[in-house]
Write a protein that binds this ligand. Sequence first.
Ligand SMILES: [Ca+2]
Length: 219
Amino acid sequence: MKRGLCTIVALAVLAIASAATGTPWYYSFQITGTLMNHPAQYSGIFTNAGDGTLEFTLNDAAWPDPADPGARFAYIWTTYFAGNYNGTTPGAEKWSGSILGTFTMSTSNAPTGYNGTLQGNINAKFTIRDLDADGILDDAEKYSIQYNMLDGRLSKSCAMPATGEMANKQGTGALNSNGFAFLYPPEINVLNGNGNLNLVACPSADEQSSWGSIKSLYR
Ligand SMILES: [Ca+2]
């Protein structure tokens, strides 16, 4: 590789690295919902470091109708959880299920840069503890709101819609909560948790075209 190109590439990597380290927003939330209803959705509000609404909806198009909760639960369990058992740590045996979907936020009174609306993707990973380590899901484990957890990974690409201070931004985040449980309607699961979001500016059309011309110089 030519030395000039090395320098340009190094500078470009530095520029991308610095642009990728935004100031994260750390918030708290309370959302309610259940996987046992259609849509499989949780929605609620921010309870700290901002106001507004938070909602995520999981891709449940193929799941059995909530009118047959037994069939719906069996499908969810077989599809996402049953094959993902981790018994390697004594005292922490668990099943994990990762379910994909989308999330939306509508915010105000959040730190600068995080006020507006945002749509993104979520990978919602639920953990169900096998409290007696027998490899069998017992009712006490299925319905336990004490030990089961949600670990949601958020991602927002430049192509997904956003408004206000969050327009033209991309980034990643997370939302975590204890208290997850499989509850049959009309019971509703309440999740109190914490999350973060780290947005950075999307590349402008100018930046994209100048980077394109740099590359074309060396083709
Ligand atoms: Ca068990």
